[in-house]
Design a protein around this ligand. Sequence first.
Ligand SMILES: [Zn+2]
Length: 267
Amino acid sequence: MSTRAVSPAPYTRHVPRALARTAAVVVLTLLAGCTPSVSSAPPDATASGSPTVEAAAPASARPSDIPNPAATPTWPRPGPVDTRTGAELDQPFTVDGVVVVSKAHPVSANYSPPWTAEPQGLNPDAYAAFGRMATDAQADGLRLSIRSGYRDYATQAASFHRALRTYDEETARRYFAEPGKSEHQTGLAFDVWDGVNRGSAFARTPQAAWVAANAHRYGFIVRYPDGKTDITGYAWESWHLRWVGTDIAAQFGPDSSLTLEEYLGLA
Ligand SMILES: [Zn+2]
């Protein structure tokens, strides 16, 4: 685990937002049965952070973490908007230096990361971290290896079109990325298995449970958590790990259902 101090800012930015939304709904619901003069207030007066909403901040939050409506009138602050077009798609979208490649944030066929010649085509830090993770899993009696690492655009295209021929389109699109929309093209993500069970079968292995509980300690997140298809665009994939580094992964924690989109303010 990292011994460096971890900034809670992105996580606490996420939590109050959800609470604020809930509080806003409650306030608006209460107002609905109130006097006409109150209910005629513009909806955004409460949604953007009235004193009532501000009071909904968790008691554990430090004063500096509680949004000041006067200083941040647009709270909850939306994440950055991806405005890339044309040749700009030759580089991935990033938020605070974190690469995001997804259905909403594609890259072109021209993009390849600088570490494609490394083992599995993976970022060397990610690969080294996986080595430590696999060693520790082995100590717990669990074999863990990489089944698929970096995939270039053409390889992904072949995989996607094969899936379209094999499954119905809806299923294919939930489990397989179109070329340019796969994290595998970044060399920051990979699929693990136990050497026998892959895909949905892997989800039922002790390895999958171990990975869910421990991956964050090595700098990985389970990128497509269960129940978050509406946000990620992909089905739950217990086997697909994304390198984000230990500082960020620590904020996801064990058995996390947080998505990178939520963490970065994109959802
Ligand atoms: Zn994958």
